[in-house]
Ligand binder design. Sequence first.
Ligand SMILES: [Zn+2]
Length: 196
Amino acid sequence: MRYRLRNISLAVYNNIPLRLASPYIEEESPPLLRRGRGGISFPATTDFEEMQLALKAAERGGRRGEAPVGAVLVCGADRFVSYNLRECRNDPTAHAELLAIRKAAKKLSRWRLGGTLYVTLEPCAMCAGAILEARVTRLVFGAFDPKAGACGSVWNIIEERKVRHAIVVMGGVMEEESKDLLKEFFAGRRAEKRNL
Ligand SMILES: [Zn+2]
């Protein structure tokens, strides 16, 4: 059985009420649960903490005029934080998750990274490919991207059965915060254009 993304609430799953460590969940709409090929997973308190760091990184990017998307790659005791730098670097590949992967690979001197990648926006096709190439073990993302998401929205590269690397994917964690950042940024940019 394959579970649909948006229909499973964390509060009740298979008629078993779930108690989660983070009070955050009770206050907000339940985060989405996703069944990746690695099995079913639930967000833990640390997932929210790391996601918060990713959101802060996204904000930093926003202040530099970048579309605010942030990523945190946690590999054991190491943490690599990045944000989108496409505009600053005039580099179409400078997406937050790709930059975090590059940083980690350089620092750790290896390309098989493992670890958990947190990103505020659903990865695109390029980043989904890079995440698989880097053998990331878990992917946690915030907002879904109905225009370019490659983790279920437009494509599902990340869970493509032909790909041999299995990854646990969880989407919709702190979705509202991630979405609001992007919305505010683009609303601000539209307002600026109107005032020109
Ligand atoms: Zn990307």
